[in-house]
Design a protein around this ligand. Structure first.
Ligand code: ADP
Length: 685
């Protein structure tokens, strides 16, 4: 109830609101005057036809057409006189006799059109057939032809039924409630009335035993009826009704007919929200779709690049392996071939000397290749360690030149060395072996790729760096190869130096070593004119070296490492000793044991030993047993096995006995070098 009151109040506010907005002068002056001059204009109200017109619980007139008429009054700013009727028949009589000018609600019929005009046919509702609840709902209107139908006297529906269904058994009652009660009591079989009215009465009059069975093919169209003869009044009502907007009509209908809860899907709000959600979801899906498409495209591109790179790298490595095979076979052929020739008794001493030199050179080439492969793999696995010591640059350069002078002469090349660095500034702190290797590779290339002319080495000091330039008058580097020469395996990427041999690792090692020691390497080169490489390294004078120590005269005392060589063979021992003493940046104190037992005893007596080079096959006690015992005493002391037999089994046995590493005999300087670097730097840390 409270809800209804609030609702009605809101509705009235709405009507007033709407009408105040739209209440402009719709009548002309003549019409306004005419209205003013009329004493009163009567409107016939028959308040027994809910929800169109009826008396509400507060005893005031209420209903759809009442609200509608109020709106008309508001629009023309005039209040009509309401005349209430209790009998529809009497009302009809008064209309016919012109006692009344307007009827609030009336169904248009052909008969009534003769003297009345009808306005606002918008609150239409179908006529329905109402019967008892137990009646089968599948029955149609035609099934009631022989039944008694209740209809109020004088209603248009009564005329309609009688005219269109003359055989129908119609019984008239004074009004709709009387009709419905007759159906409820069983006196009549059905009632025919407007759907809105029927539903309203069933609900409000407590007629629970009744229900709407079916609609009949005829509508109730309640309209305002105005007497035809009153022309001005007709004009006014016509203007006012045509001025009522659809929105205003809908507001009235919503208030009366749809005050019950509408299903959610019939509310426009539902469709607006659903549409927003739908389009937002659609837009999101489209966006996600394009985003995913983009990501997939990007990832595919990345994968393709990675695949291409992997394929390229694979191709380069395959070429590299083919190169290795060539680089190993060439010197091996030299060694094998000339060793065979050496067997001949008919050789002159010169020939014998020449063949021996070829064998030695081939052996050196072989060792260089193996050395480079080891070095590059250490670099690529970031295992290469730095070892800064004092380095006499001048001595290092002289040593290099002396090593290459012979090779240069063979090709009729000259090597010039010009060191502009003052003598006292030649001693610097750097990784000597790495600097040596860098310059070695540059000079080696200079000689290799120069067929005539010279190689000039020029070193000088520029502020806090030392610059060493190496110029040759060789074949130069093709423009297209200039970007790749510092890459590992570069040889495999270009067709260039098939004639010159090499694995394409020299410059890659030189570049990475230069980076490690904090320097920079660059070059300029012109095909057929020559190349000039420039190496820049930091100038760090000796006194900055915290690790080095000096004697009383201020000379450096190099750090000494004690190495025990366990070796029964004299020549092998001498060879190893020589290799160790010639190591460029190490100073070794060498102990010797002639068998495993002696090796164990020396280790027992001397805790200064830094490394053991252990032969495996020895008298009294072999290398395996000796290693086991030494490791028991000093587990941290590195023991490197050296043996002529290097089968998998030997290696496994040596490692099982406790050896840390393994070198094959004859032990070469370049093979031993990374091993010393590894263990000496380990125990230094
Ligand atoms: P390798 O000498 O084994 O081929 P490097 O890495 O030392 O490998 O050199 C890479 C390539 O750079 C060489 O194959 C050569 O084509 C080019 N190169 C290097 N130094 C020179 C030089 N001084 N003159 C001409 N070409 C050179």
């Amino acid at each position: 109830m409270q809800y209804k009151i609030t609702h009605t109040f809101l509705f009235i506010c709405l009507i007033i609101g709407i009408s105040s907005c739209s209440n402009h002068d719709i009548l002309n002056e003549t019409e306004k005057d005419w209205l003013q001059k009329q004493g009163s204009i009567n409107v016939a109200v028959y308040p027994y036809y809910p929800p169109y017109q009826f008396i509400n619980k507060k005893d005031s007139i209420d209903g759809i057409l009442v609200d509608h008429f109020s709106l008309i009054e508001n629009k023309i700013n005039y209040t009509f006189q309401k005349k209430y009727y209790t009998s529809w028949t009497k009302l009809l009589e008064d209309v016919k006799t012109k006692k009344i000018d307007i009827v609030l609600e009336m169904q248009e019929t052909v008969e009534r059109q003769k003297f009345l005009n009808f306005y606002t046919k918008s609150f239409e509702t179908p006529f329905v057939l109402v019967a008892k609840k137990e009646v089968d709902t599948s029955l149609k209107f035609k099934d009631f032809q022989n039944k008694q139908i209740a209809s109020p006297t004088g209603y248009s529906i009564d005329d309609y039924l009688k005219k269109n269904y003359p055989n129908l058994n119609i019984k008239n009652y004074p009004d709709d409630i009387a009709c419905l009660l007759s159906v409820q009591s069983g006196e009549s079989d059905a009632y025919i009335g407007g759907k809105a009215l029927a539903n309203y009465l069933i609900k409000t009059e407590g007629l629970d035993g009744l229900k709407v069975i079916t609609e009949i093919n005829h509508n109730y169209i309640p309209s305002i009826a105005v007497h035809k003869e009153n022309k001005v009044l007709n004009d006014i009502i016509a203007k006012a009704t045509s001025n009522i907007t659809n929105k205003e009509k809908q507001a009235i209908l919503d208030n009366w007919l749809f005050s019950t809860v509408k299903p959610f899907y019939k509310k426009p709000k539902f469709w607006v929200i659903s549409s927003i959600i739908f389009f937002t979801a659609l837009a999101s899906i489209i966006l996600i779709h394009f985003y995913l498409k983009f990501i997939i495209k990007q990832k595919t591109r990345e994968l393709q690049i990675a695949k291409d790179k992997a394929e390229e790298s694979n191709r380069i490595k395959t070429n590299f392996i083919q190169n290795i095979s060539h680089e190993i076979r060439t010197p091996m052929n030299g060694i094998m071939g000339f060793s065979e020739l050496l067997k001949s008794d008919s050789l002159t001493p010169e020939e014998r000397k020449e063949y021996t030199e070829i064998i030695i050179d081939s052996g050196k080439d072989l060792i260089t290749s193996v050395d480079d492969i080891l070095e590059i793999s250490l670099l690529e696995t970031k295992q290469s360690k730095l070892r800064f010591t004092e380095t006499n640059l001048n001595e290092l350069l002289l040593k290099l030149v002396s090593e290459y002078i012979h090779k240069a002469k063979e090709k009729n090349l000259t090597i010039h060395l010009e060191n502009e660095i003052p003598e006292e500034k030649n001693i610097i702190i750097t990784d000597k072996s790495k600097l040596y290797k860098i310059l070695n590779n540059l000079i080696d290339n200079g000689i290799k790729f120069t067929n005539a002319g010279s190689i000039t080495i020029f070193s000088y000091l520029v502020e806090d760096s030392i610059e060493i330039s190496l110029k040759d008058t060789g074949i130069g580097i093709k423009q297209k190869d200039q970007d790749i020469i510092f890459k590992s395996f570069s040889q495999s990427e270009k067709e260039i130096s098939k004639n010159f041999g090499g694995l394409g690792l020299g410059l890659a090692i030189a570049k990475q070593y230069t980076d490690l020691i904090g320097g920079k390497i660059s070059f300029v080169s012109k095909e057929n004119e020559g190349s000039a490489f420039l190496l820049k390294i930091p100038y760090t004078p000796m006194q900055n070296n915290a690790e080095s120590s000096t004697n009383k005269e201020g000379n450096i005392i190099p750090e000494k490492h004690v190495v025990l060589i366990a070796e029964d063979g004299e020549i092998n021992f001498l060879f190893l000793k020589t290799v160790l003493t010639k190591m460029i940046d190490f100073e070794f104190v060498i102990y010797r044991a002639k068998n495993g037992k002696e090796a164990v005893e020396i280790c027992e007596d001397n805790d200064k030993i830094d490394l053991v080079l252990m032969d495996i096959k020895m008298p009294v006690m072999d290398g395996y047993d000796a290693t086991k015992r030494i490791k028991k005493m000093r587990p941290d002391l590195p023991v490197v096995a050296q043996t002529a037999y290097s089968t998998e089994e030997d290696i496994e046995r040596a490692l099982a006995a406790g050896c840390d590493d393994f070198v094959a005999k004859p032990v070469d300087r370049k093979i031993l070098r990374p091993i010393l670097d590894k263990y000496i730097s380990i125990f230094r840390n």
